[in-house]
Design a protein around this ligand. Structure first.
Ligand SMILES: Nc1nc2c(ncn2[C@@H]2O[C@H](COP(=O)(O)OP(=O)(O)OP(=O)(O)O)[C@@H](O)[C@H]2O)c(=O)[nH]1
Ligand SMILES: [Mg+2]
Length: 202
């Protein structure tokens, strides 16, 4: 997170906050599908076109990224909040590069794949995320995507696999946009909460 006072004619009580939200998860779990839906549905908040760097097979090669802008009044201050939304590639062979997508992240959405048989991939990717964020200790929201596929992994099973409470899992069908914006709101709320608790405590 970065914060600064803005120059010029902007009222003195205006602050700029910048946050980065990273989407993480095993290969083809639906990270880019989430990103594209957010870009489309929250289009009026977009301040950049955004980009997706993909292979010819539509796999994310490096990352997707876009900036969104929101404003709010909190405790007598006007806040301009910039959100950078990025997705990492889930491709196994890019372990060494995808870590850098997390650099400076203020929150992460872990997109698990509910397709049958993907439990091990979900766990491996979740542990990878926990490992890379161990020092930063950022909020993480867990999304269970593709619950529309036949015999999908139930939320309670994924909860057991990941070792987290079942109530913390957000089921979604990103191709239809179901649950996507709810999850995005959940992570932004967690990130703002973390910052304001930190500010209050200092
Ligand atoms: N059935 C179903 N398919 C989905 C859902 N979300 C995404 N997909 C499909 O899953 C495939 C992979 O989606 P992506 O969004 O590219 O996955 P990704 O996690 O960004 O993949 P990498 O960046 O390559 O790791 C695509 O064919 C999507 O259409 C969903 O909710 N249900
Ligand atoms: Mg992708």
């Amino acid at each position: 997170m970065q914060t600064q006072t803005l120059p010029g004619q902007i009222p003195a009580n205006t602050r700029l906050l910048q946050f980065k939200i990273a989407y993480w998860g095993p290969g083809e779990s639906g990270k880019t599908t989430n990103y594209l839906w957010i870009k489309r549905k929250l289009g009026k908040y977009k301040v950049s076109q955004g980009f997706s760097i993909q292979t010819s097979q539509k796999r994310t090669l490096w990352a997707d990224a876009v900036w969104l802008r929101t404003e709010m009044d909190v405790g007598g201050q006007h806040l301009i909040v910039m959100w950078q939304v990025v997705t990492a590639t889930g491709q196994e062979r890019f372990l060494s590069t995808r870590e850098f997508v997390l650099a400076g992240a203020d929150g992460a959405v872990f997109v698990a794949d509910a397709s049958p048989g993907r439990e091990d991939d979900d766990l491996r990717s979740f542990q990878e995320l926990l490992g890379f964020t161990a020092n930063a200790r950022i909020p993480i929201v867990v999304q269970l995507n593709k619950v529309d596929v036949p015999n999908s992994i139930p939320p309670a099973t994924l909860a057991k696999v990941l070792g987290i409470p079942a109530g913390e899992i957000h089921p979604s069908v990103a191709v239809k946009g179901e649950g996507v914006i709810e999850v995005f709101h959940a992570i932004t709320a967690e990130v703002l909460k973390a910052v304001f608790v930190k500010v209050k405590g200092t």
